[in-house]
Ligand binder design. Structure first.
Ligand SMILES: [Zn+2]
Length: 442
């Protein structure tokens, strides 16, 4: 069960616990066996570049944040590397010899995802599994979609104030804002009025429904000008002013139903669905899995008065019934780094060999990616350095510290902190914008 830093320090100094892992920092109690475990929830906000992770504990009166992290994916790097490899192979094959094309009878599995997206699913799932080993995880919460279309199209939303009061109204409004790109559906912003309201295309007083299909986002000027007139009638009543000309275009588009909802790319949904099915498989019957929508997350975050941050979005995923406490704490930045290259040949920009990497990955017992501490007693590089090491055959290493890269540190000065696991770690803070005190990274 995650505890405070002070408690961990005391447990360690009294010899009641040992260090189990350096990052994320984990200790193991030596003098306790069995006992009851308090259930911890893992919450995930999957994103394209970063995924927010959070551990929370739900008590009867509040939701206590125990641990925060942001997982930085390397999807971009993966697709770049694959493109480069493809280009080089193509060039070599085409220019150096001719080989007839092979029969293209290769198939893909139904659940195939591009490698960069698969990487996102894999690393996120790996962290859920890793956390489940370290803490008693009982519940996994995941943001799955931006809007719940099923609920919005089927449910008639009568009796809902179209303000930010209720979740459903909030979700509808967020959806409409997204659909109309945060501008008025009629004038497209020509009126200069930025007060956007939910508008019934077919007026309520003339039997128009509350269904999302009958709703658009309109500025207050247009909303009042339209009043309870039918859209086709309003179009006929328009004059020749610049505003009315703009309105004619918007009305035409609305009448023909040309607004396309949900900008969310299909790829994003594919990744999230893949992640959900993997998590469901992992959780089986032992852990419960719940999902939420993006609008729900935003609603929760605004209600709690929290700033925008991936990890705080994660904490707000799903149903939040209690005040969230303790969220002002250091965030662990987890960078996906990979475990080094399989290819042992370095290529020049034309795809020809430039040099070769070592056969062995280990040098004097160290490997690229390991976390090390170096104490250099004298000389130009005198000082203490902690970070991710990059080894060289000569035994003169580079260390990536939080302050930057330090080159040419001898292996003799290095001590191993933790073996490389394909991730780099860093502690950061959440920047609090409106005058709040910023907590120092531990
Ligand atoms: Zn307008």
């Amino acid at each position: 069960m995650p505890c405070s830093e002070k408690r961990a320090r005391l447990l360690l100094s009294r010899g009641r616990a040992v260090v189990h892992l350096m990052a994320p920092f984990t200790i193991r109690l030596k003098d306790r066996k069995d006992g009851t475990l308090q259930p911890v929830h893992v919450k995930i906000d999957p994103g394209s570049k970063q995924t927010g992770l959070g551990l929370v504990f739900e008590s009867r009166q509040d939701l206590k944040v125990l641990w925060l992290a942001v997982l930085h994916h390397r999807s971009h790097q993966i697709s770049e590397q694959l493109t480069a490899r493809r280009a080089m192979r193509r060039r070599r094959r085409n220019q150096l010899w001719h080989r007839p094309a092979r029969l293209d009878n290769r198939t893909r599995k139904a659940d195939w995802l591009p490698p960069s997206l698969q990487h996102r699913v894999d690393t996120t799932l790996a962290w859920v599994k890793k956390l489940s080993k370290l803490v008693p995880v009982s519940d996994i919460g995941l943001e799955r979609v931006k809007f719940d279309m099923q609920k919005m199209l089927n449910g008639d939303i009568s009796g809902v104030e179209y303000q930010q009061g209720t979740l459903f109204g909030f979700e509808v409004k967020e959806y409409l804002l997204d659909k109309h790109n945060h501008t008025c559906a009629y004038c497209g912003g020509v009126s200069g009025d930025n007060r956007l309201e939910v508008e019934h295309v077919h007026p309520r007083s003339k039997g128009g429904s509350n269904s999302v299909k009958n709703l658009v986002m309109a500025c207050r000027t247009c909303n009042e000008a339209k009043s309870n007139i039918l859209l086709a009638d309003w179009k006929r009543m328009l004059g020749r002013s610049k505003l009315d000309k703009a309105r004619a275009v918007g009305i035409e588009k609305t009448l023909k139903g040309k607004w396309v909802g949900l900008k969310d790319a299909a790829a994003v949904n594919a990744t999230r669905n893949a992640l959900l099915s993997q998590i469901l498989f992992f959780a089986k019957d032992e852990k419960s899995v719940c999902t939420g929508t993006g609008a729900m997350t935003k609603f929760n975050r605004k209600q709690q008065g929290m700033p925008k941050h991936h990890t705080l979005d994660a904490v707000c995923v799903g149903e939040v019934n209690h005040p969230i406490v303790n969220w002002q704490q250091p965030v662990l930045d987890i960078q996906c780094t990979g475990r080094g290259s399989y290819q042992r040949t370095r290529l020049d920009k034309y795809g020809f060999p430039r040099g070769y990497l070592m056969r062995q990955k280990a040098v004097y017992g160290f490997q690229t990616g390991d976390q090390v501490k170096a104490i250099v007693p004298s000389g130009k590089k005198q000082g203490n350095y902690t970070g991710r090491v990059a080894v060289r055959a000569s035994g003169s290493f580079n260390i990536q510290t939080s302050d930057g890269l330090v080159q040419g540190i001898s292996h003799k000065h290095c001590t191993l902190i933790q073996r490389g696991s394909g991730y780099g770690f860093n502690l950061t803070t959440i920047a609090i914008i409106n005058g709040g005190s910023e907590k120092q990274a531990a």
